[in-house]
Ligand binder design. Structure first.
Ligand code: CP
Length: 326
């Protein structure tokens, strides 16, 4: 049985949408991480049916392994149910407006997870929905991945505050954006290592600086991968070409080859540094096989933590968290 530790009067996540990381405050992110760690520690004992009778609608315009399966398994663990629609069954805005689809689905299910191509239809969908909408990856953001990433980093270092992370490669993609927002909000300084073609915009760097200010975290972009990685605690990369941008694959590979994370690049990081990747990975493109399969790699803990962080997020969005250790 889960231990009942604390009241959660100061955390009001119930009923909220989570489309981007800053939809959550640092306090709320901390709540989700603490609850996620607790649910993880209880995974082999007893799981309270915290979501008994609840249904999560999962709508996917794009392929998924981790997001789809971890949300569905998470709902099952918590006594709830998940249903999945993809392809012809669901494309935001294709058969009806995003608003009509959201209004209808809100009458069937208790929360909706959406993976879309563009971010704007997701915003329209969530504005009309009357149940929580969770972004399961859009062109702009991947907040669920970022929560699992922070849970993994906190497990490895027992803290987030004051750590340093380097994101190397395509630093304009959705994973990089949400990871960097989550990191600076929780006190982790971020270095991007990317060529000019894949460097975050100055506006986004300024946004990160603002988000990081309360905890003294910074965000900087380097053209040199080695300079970005020097002495950091965490080295992170992702595929060179995101889903839906396959026509850019050749160009991206040519630009990003110097940013492959290999043993030489890892040796510039702190000796205790970990390697992270949201998966799926392409060995010997963005990361060498000896790094992703080596002792510094945290990628499978990271993938597992999708399950625990998302269970916590679902409990936070669908219950009042009373009695939960948050
Ligand atoms: N990392 C991630 O979102 O994986 P999937 O695309 O398999 O869901």
């Amino acid at each position: 049985m889960l231990t009942m530790l604390a009241s959660a009067d100061d955390v009001a996540l119930r009923g909220r949408h989570v489309l981007t990381v800053p939809d959550l405050s640092p306090l709320e992110i901390g709540t989700v991480l603490t609850l996620g760690a607790h649910l993880k520690s209880a995974r082999n004992t007893d799981q309270l049916p915290l979501l008994r009778g609840k249904t999560l609608g999962m709508l996917f315009e794009k392929p998924s392994l981790r997001t789809r399966v971890s949300f569905e398994v998470g709902m099952t663990h918590l006594g709830g149910h998940a249903l999945f629609a993809s392809g012809n069954e669901f494309m935001v805005g294709s058969r009806e407006t995003p608003e009509d689809a959201a209004r209808v689905l809100s009458r069937y299910v208790d929360a909706i997870l959406v993976r879309t191509h563009a971010h704007e239809p997701l915003e329209r969908f969530s504005a009309a929905a009357t149940v929580p909408v969770i972004n399961g990856l859009s062109a702009a953001a991947h907040p669920c991945q970022a929560l699992a990433d922070l849970l993994t980093i906190r497990e490895r270092f027992a803290t987030l505050d004051g750590l340093r992370l380097a994101y190397v490669g395509d630093a304009r993609n959705n994973v990089a954006a949400s990871l960097a927002e989550a990191a600076v909000m929780m006190g982790i300084s971020v270095n991007f290592g990317a060529p000019p073609t894949h460097r975050p915009s100055e506006a986004f760097l300024a946004h990160l600086q603002e988000l990081g200010k309360p905890r003294g975290a910074t965000a900087r972009a380097f053209t040199s991968a080695i300079r970005a990685v020097r002495d950091v605690d965490i080295v992170y990369t992702d595929v060179w070409t995101s889903m839906g941008e396959e026509h850019l694959a050749e160009r991206n590979a040519a630009s990003l080859l110097p940013y492959r994370v290999d043993a030489a690049l890892m040796s510039a990081a702190a000796p205790h540094a970990i390697f992270m990747h949201c998966l799926p990975a392409h060995r010997d493109d963005e990361v060498s096989a000896d790094v992703i399969d080596g002792p510094q790699s945290a990628v499978f803990d990271q993938a597992e933590n999708r399950l625990h962080a998302q269970k916590a997020l679902l409990v936070a969005l669908l219950t009042d968290l009373k009695g939960m250790p948050v």
